[in-house]
Design a protein around this ligand. Structure first.
Ligand code: ADP
Length: 279
Protein backbone atom coordinates (compact mmCIF):
# COMPACT_ATOMS: atom_id res chain seq x y z
CA UNK A 1 0.00 0.00 0.00
CA UNK A 2 0.98 3.63 -0.36
CA UNK A 3 0.15 5.91 2.58
CA UNK A 4 -0.12 9.62 1.90
CA UNK A 5 -0.17 12.14 4.73
CA UNK A 6 -1.50 15.56 3.85
CA UNK A 7 -1.73 18.57 6.15
CA UNK A 8 -5.18 20.12 6.06
CA UNK A 9 -5.14 23.90 6.62
CA UNK A 10 -7.90 25.99 8.12
CA UNK A 11 -10.15 28.11 5.90
CA UNK A 12 -7.76 31.10 5.99
CA UNK A 13 -4.86 28.80 5.13
CA UNK A 14 -3.00 29.99 8.17
CA UNK A 15 -3.01 27.16 10.66
CA UNK A 16 -2.98 23.43 10.17
CA UNK A 17 -6.36 21.98 11.06
CA UNK A 18 -5.36 18.36 10.96
CA UNK A 19 -3.82 15.60 8.91
CA UNK A 20 -5.55 13.62 6.18
CA UNK A 21 -4.40 10.03 5.66
CA UNK A 22 -4.94 8.40 2.27
CA UNK A 23 -4.26 4.70 1.84
CA UNK A 24 -3.91 3.46 -1.73
CA UNK A 25 -3.68 -0.12 -2.90
CA UNK A 26 -0.80 -0.04 -5.38
CA UNK A 27 -0.44 -3.79 -5.97
CA UNK A 28 -1.36 -3.43 -9.65
CA UNK A 29 1.01 -0.49 -10.14
CA UNK A 30 3.89 -2.40 -8.55
CA UNK A 31 3.13 -5.50 -10.61
CA UNK A 32 3.06 -3.45 -13.81
CA UNK A 33 6.36 -1.78 -12.98
CA UNK A 34 7.95 -5.13 -12.20
CA UNK A 35 6.64 -6.61 -15.45
CA UNK A 36 8.03 -3.61 -17.37
CA UNK A 37 11.45 -3.86 -15.70
CA UNK A 38 11.52 -7.59 -16.48
CA UNK A 39 10.60 -6.97 -20.11
CA UNK A 40 13.27 -4.31 -20.54
CA UNK A 41 15.87 -6.55 -18.97
CA UNK A 42 14.89 -9.52 -21.19
CA UNK A 43 14.81 -7.43 -24.34
CA UNK A 44 18.20 -5.85 -23.64
CA UNK A 45 19.60 -9.31 -23.11
CA UNK A 46 18.09 -10.54 -26.38
CA UNK A 47 19.40 -7.51 -28.30
CA UNK A 48 22.90 -8.04 -27.02
CA UNK A 49 23.52 -11.33 -28.84
CA UNK A 50 22.90 -10.17 -32.42
CA UNK A 51 24.67 -6.87 -31.72
CA UNK A 52 27.69 -8.72 -30.38
CA UNK A 53 27.71 -11.01 -33.45
CA UNK A 54 27.49 -8.10 -35.88
CA UNK A 55 30.27 -6.23 -34.09
CA UNK A 56 32.52 -9.31 -34.13
CA UNK A 57 32.01 -9.68 -37.88
CA UNK A 58 32.81 -6.01 -38.52
CA UNK A 59 35.98 -6.26 -36.42
CA UNK A 60 37.08 -9.45 -38.16
CA UNK A 61 36.62 -7.90 -41.61
CA UNK A 62 38.38 -4.70 -40.49
CA UNK A 63 41.33 -6.61 -39.16
CA UNK A 64 41.65 -9.54 -41.55
CA UNK A 65 39.56 -8.40 -44.53
CA UNK A 66 42.43 -8.44 -47.02
CA UNK A 67 43.43 -11.97 -46.02
CA UNK A 68 39.92 -13.41 -46.29
CA UNK A 69 38.72 -15.13 -49.44
CA UNK A 70 35.75 -13.54 -51.26
CA UNK A 71 33.71 -16.54 -50.30
CA UNK A 72 34.54 -16.18 -46.61
CA UNK A 73 33.73 -12.45 -46.72
CA UNK A 74 30.35 -13.21 -48.33
CA UNK A 75 29.66 -15.74 -45.61
CA UNK A 76 30.43 -13.20 -42.89
CA UNK A 77 28.24 -10.57 -44.56
CA UNK A 78 25.37 -13.05 -44.91
CA UNK A 79 25.60 -13.76 -41.16
CA UNK A 80 25.65 -10.04 -40.37
CA UNK A 81 22.59 -9.58 -42.58
CA UNK A 82 20.81 -12.43 -40.86
CA UNK A 83 21.61 -10.99 -37.42
CA UNK A 84 20.32 -7.59 -38.55
CA UNK A 85 17.03 -9.23 -39.55
CA UNK A 86 16.87 -10.74 -36.08
CA UNK A 87 17.43 -7.35 -34.49
CA UNK A 88 14.68 -5.86 -36.63
CA UNK A 89 12.26 -8.60 -35.62
CA UNK A 90 13.07 -8.12 -31.94
CA UNK A 91 12.64 -4.36 -32.11
CA UNK A 92 9.35 -4.68 -34.03
CA UNK A 93 7.96 -7.20 -31.55
CA UNK A 94 9.13 -5.08 -28.65
CA UNK A 95 7.41 -2.01 -30.12
CA UNK A 96 4.20 -3.98 -30.59
CA UNK A 97 4.27 -5.07 -26.94
CA UNK A 98 5.05 -1.65 -25.52
CA UNK A 99 2.32 -0.07 -27.66
CA UNK A 100 -0.17 -2.71 -26.48
CA UNK A 101 0.80 -2.07 -22.88
CA UNK A 102 0.96 1.69 -23.05
CA UNK A 103 -2.73 1.94 -22.28
CA UNK A 104 -3.18 4.16 -25.33
CA UNK A 105 -6.71 3.60 -26.57
CA UNK A 106 -7.31 1.65 -29.75
CA UNK A 107 -10.33 2.37 -31.91
CA UNK A 108 -12.73 -0.56 -31.84
CA UNK A 109 -15.58 -1.02 -34.26
CA UNK A 110 -16.99 -3.28 -36.96
CA UNK A 111 -14.36 -5.48 -38.61
CA UNK A 112 -15.04 -7.84 -41.48
CA UNK A 113 -12.94 -10.91 -40.80
CA UNK A 114 -13.28 -12.01 -44.43
CA UNK A 115 -11.22 -8.93 -45.40
CA UNK A 116 -8.65 -9.56 -42.66
CA UNK A 117 -8.22 -13.16 -43.82
CA UNK A 118 -7.91 -12.13 -47.49
CA UNK A 119 -5.14 -9.73 -46.52
CA UNK A 120 -3.32 -12.47 -44.58
CA UNK A 121 -3.66 -14.82 -47.54
CA UNK A 122 -2.08 -12.21 -49.84
CA UNK A 123 0.79 -11.74 -47.36
CA UNK A 124 1.63 -15.42 -47.06
CA UNK A 125 0.67 -16.97 -50.40
CA UNK A 126 4.18 -16.83 -51.81
CA UNK A 127 5.81 -17.97 -48.60
CA UNK A 128 3.48 -21.01 -48.47
CA UNK A 129 4.05 -21.85 -52.14
CA UNK A 130 7.84 -21.69 -51.64
CA UNK A 131 7.50 -24.27 -48.88
CA UNK A 132 4.97 -26.37 -50.84
CA UNK A 133 2.42 -25.84 -48.09
CA UNK A 134 -1.24 -25.70 -49.07
CA UNK A 135 -2.56 -22.50 -47.47
CA UNK A 136 -6.35 -22.26 -47.69
CA UNK A 137 -9.31 -20.49 -46.10
CA UNK A 138 -12.80 -21.59 -45.10
CA UNK A 139 -14.89 -18.51 -44.40
CA UNK A 140 -18.67 -18.58 -43.82
CA UNK A 141 -20.56 -16.28 -46.17
CA UNK A 142 -22.16 -14.10 -45.12
CA UNK A 143 -20.15 -13.63 -41.94
CA UNK A 144 -21.37 -10.96 -39.50
CA UNK A 145 -18.94 -8.14 -38.71
CA UNK A 146 -17.13 -8.55 -35.40
CA UNK A 147 -16.30 -5.98 -32.74
CA UNK A 148 -12.58 -5.38 -33.01
CA UNK A 149 -9.62 -3.39 -34.25
CA UNK A 150 -8.59 -4.19 -37.83
CA UNK A 151 -4.83 -3.62 -37.37
CA UNK A 152 -4.66 -5.62 -34.16
CA UNK A 153 -6.53 -8.54 -35.71
CA UNK A 154 -4.20 -8.42 -38.73
CA UNK A 155 -1.30 -8.52 -36.22
CA UNK A 156 -2.72 -11.54 -34.38
CA UNK A 157 -3.37 -13.54 -37.55
CA UNK A 158 -0.01 -12.56 -39.05
CA UNK A 159 1.70 -14.13 -36.05
CA UNK A 160 -0.51 -17.23 -35.95
CA UNK A 161 -0.30 -17.97 -39.69
CA UNK A 162 3.43 -17.11 -39.72
CA UNK A 163 4.00 -19.68 -36.96
CA UNK A 164 1.79 -22.28 -38.64
CA UNK A 165 3.89 -21.98 -41.83
CA UNK A 166 7.16 -21.92 -39.91
CA UNK A 167 6.45 -25.02 -37.82
CA UNK A 168 4.88 -27.07 -40.64
CA UNK A 169 7.16 -29.14 -42.85
CA UNK A 170 7.03 -29.07 -46.66
CA UNK A 171 3.92 -30.62 -48.15
CA UNK A 172 1.77 -29.80 -45.12
CA UNK A 173 -1.46 -27.86 -44.85
CA UNK A 174 -2.50 -24.64 -43.10
CA UNK A 175 -6.17 -23.61 -42.96
CA UNK A 176 -7.64 -20.33 -41.70
CA UNK A 177 -11.30 -20.68 -40.73
CA UNK A 178 -13.94 -18.14 -39.74
CA UNK A 179 -17.47 -19.25 -38.91
CA UNK A 180 -20.46 -18.39 -36.76
CA UNK A 181 -20.47 -20.28 -33.50
CA UNK A 182 -23.13 -20.58 -30.78
CA UNK A 183 -21.90 -21.17 -27.20
CA UNK A 184 -23.64 -24.32 -25.90
CA UNK A 185 -24.45 -22.47 -22.66
CA UNK A 186 -26.38 -19.84 -24.63
CA UNK A 187 -27.33 -21.13 -28.10
CA UNK A 188 -29.15 -17.86 -28.87
CA UNK A 189 -25.86 -15.99 -28.79
CA UNK A 190 -23.69 -15.67 -31.89
CA UNK A 191 -19.92 -15.39 -31.93
CA UNK A 192 -17.42 -15.56 -34.76
CA UNK A 193 -14.83 -18.26 -34.27
CA UNK A 194 -11.45 -17.85 -35.89
CA UNK A 195 -9.15 -20.85 -36.25
CA UNK A 196 -5.66 -21.33 -37.61
CA UNK A 197 -4.96 -25.04 -38.05
CA UNK A 198 -1.74 -26.65 -39.28
CA UNK A 199 -0.42 -30.15 -39.89
CA UNK A 200 2.94 -29.19 -38.38
CA UNK A 201 5.24 -30.51 -35.69
CA UNK A 202 2.82 -29.83 -32.81
CA UNK A 203 3.52 -28.78 -29.23
CA UNK A 204 3.98 -31.21 -26.32
CA UNK A 205 1.34 -31.02 -23.55
CA UNK A 206 3.89 -29.69 -20.99
CA UNK A 207 4.87 -26.82 -23.32
CA UNK A 208 1.35 -25.84 -24.34
CA UNK A 209 0.58 -23.55 -21.37
CA UNK A 210 4.00 -21.91 -21.74
CA UNK A 211 3.97 -20.94 -25.42
CA UNK A 212 2.11 -17.71 -24.62
CA UNK A 213 4.84 -16.57 -22.21
CA UNK A 214 7.23 -13.93 -23.43
CA UNK A 215 10.48 -15.32 -24.82
CA UNK A 216 9.35 -18.92 -24.40
CA UNK A 217 10.46 -21.13 -27.28
CA UNK A 218 10.21 -24.91 -27.35
CA UNK A 219 13.67 -26.34 -26.64
CA UNK A 220 15.76 -27.78 -29.46
CA UNK A 221 13.90 -25.92 -32.20
CA UNK A 222 15.40 -22.65 -31.06
CA UNK A 223 18.53 -22.84 -33.15
CA UNK A 224 16.95 -24.08 -36.33
CA UNK A 225 13.96 -21.78 -36.81
CA UNK A 226 13.83 -18.01 -36.72
CA UNK A 227 11.85 -16.31 -34.00
CA UNK A 228 11.84 -14.12 -30.94
CA UNK A 229 9.51 -16.02 -28.62
CA UNK A 230 7.35 -12.89 -28.43
CA UNK A 231 4.83 -13.64 -31.18
CA UNK A 232 2.28 -15.60 -29.17
CA UNK A 233 2.60 -13.23 -26.19
CA UNK A 234 1.62 -10.43 -28.58
CA UNK A 235 -1.28 -12.51 -29.96
CA UNK A 236 -2.51 -13.16 -26.43
CA UNK A 237 -2.35 -9.43 -25.55
CA UNK A 238 -4.30 -8.59 -28.71
CA UNK A 239 -6.97 -11.21 -28.04
CA UNK A 240 -7.34 -10.00 -24.43
CA UNK A 241 -7.92 -6.49 -25.79
CA UNK A 242 -10.92 -8.01 -27.58
CA UNK A 243 -12.21 -9.27 -24.18
CA UNK A 244 -11.71 -12.87 -25.14
CA UNK A 245 -9.19 -15.73 -24.89
CA UNK A 246 -6.89 -17.63 -27.18
CA UNK A 247 -6.97 -21.45 -27.07
CA UNK A 248 -4.68 -24.13 -28.36
CA UNK A 249 -5.09 -27.79 -29.16
CA UNK A 250 -2.03 -29.62 -30.37
CA UNK A 251 -0.45 -33.03 -30.79
CA UNK A 252 3.23 -33.63 -31.44
CA UNK A 253 3.80 -34.79 -35.01
CA UNK A 254 0.16 -34.20 -35.97
CA UNK A 255 -0.40 -30.45 -35.82
CA UNK A 256 -1.78 -27.50 -33.90
CA UNK A 257 -4.95 -25.44 -33.95
CA UNK A 258 -5.14 -21.99 -32.33
CA UNK A 259 -8.59 -20.44 -31.99
CA UNK A 260 -10.51 -17.56 -30.44
CA UNK A 261 -14.09 -16.28 -30.47
CA UNK A 262 -14.98 -12.68 -31.27
CA UNK A 263 -18.14 -10.82 -30.32
CA UNK A 264 -20.46 -9.75 -33.11
CA UNK A 265 -20.42 -5.98 -33.64
CA UNK A 266 -23.75 -4.81 -32.20
CA UNK A 267 -24.09 -1.78 -34.49
CA UNK A 268 -24.00 -4.14 -37.45
CA UNK A 269 -27.17 -5.80 -36.12
CA UNK A 270 -29.15 -2.54 -36.19
CA UNK A 271 -31.36 -1.70 -39.16
CA UNK A 272 -29.32 0.18 -41.82
CA UNK A 273 -30.67 3.68 -40.99
CA UNK A 274 -29.50 3.38 -37.36
CA UNK A 275 -26.16 1.89 -38.22
CA UNK A 276 -23.17 4.07 -38.97
CA UNK A 277 -21.17 1.14 -40.23
CA UNK A 278 -20.38 1.00 -43.91
CA UNK A 279 -21.17 -2.33 -45.47
P1 ADP B 1 8.58 -17.60 -32.05
O1 ADP B 1 9.13 -16.26 -32.37
O2 ADP B 1 9.61 -18.56 -31.53
O3 ADP B 1 7.73 -18.17 -33.14
P2 ADP B 1 6.12 -17.48 -30.53
O4 ADP B 1 5.82 -16.78 -29.25
O5 ADP B 1 5.33 -17.11 -31.73
O6 ADP B 1 7.67 -17.31 -30.77
O7 ADP B 1 5.97 -19.04 -30.27
C1 ADP B 1 6.57 -19.62 -29.12
C2 ADP B 1 6.93 -21.08 -29.41
O8 ADP B 1 5.74 -21.86 -29.53
C3 ADP B 1 7.68 -21.28 -30.70
O9 ADP B 1 9.07 -21.08 -30.56
C4 ADP B 1 7.35 -22.73 -31.03
O10 ADP B 1 8.22 -23.60 -30.34
C5 ADP B 1 5.95 -22.90 -30.49
N1 ADP B 1 4.91 -22.75 -31.56
C6 ADP B 1 4.21 -21.63 -31.85
N2 ADP B 1 3.34 -21.85 -32.85
C7 ADP B 1 3.50 -23.15 -33.21
C8 ADP B 1 2.89 -24.00 -34.21
N3 ADP B 1 1.93 -23.55 -35.01
N4 ADP B 1 3.31 -25.29 -34.26
C9 ADP B 1 4.26 -25.76 -33.44
N5 ADP B 1 4.87 -25.01 -32.49
C10 ADP B 1 4.51 -23.72 -32.38
Amino acid sequence: VRILLTTVMDAQREKPKGIAITIQDITREVELNEAKAQLISNVSHELRTPLFNIKSIIETIQEYGSELSDEKQQEFLATANHETDRLTRLVNDFLDISRLESGRPYQFGAVHMGQVIEQILRTYQLNAANKSIELSTEVDTPLPAVWGNYDLLIGALTNLVGNALKFTPEGGRVVIRAYVWHPPSDPEQERVRIEVADTGMGIAPEDQPRVFERFFRVENRVHTLEGTGLGLAIVQDIIHKHNTHIHLISEVGVGSTFWFDLAIDETALLPPEQSNVET
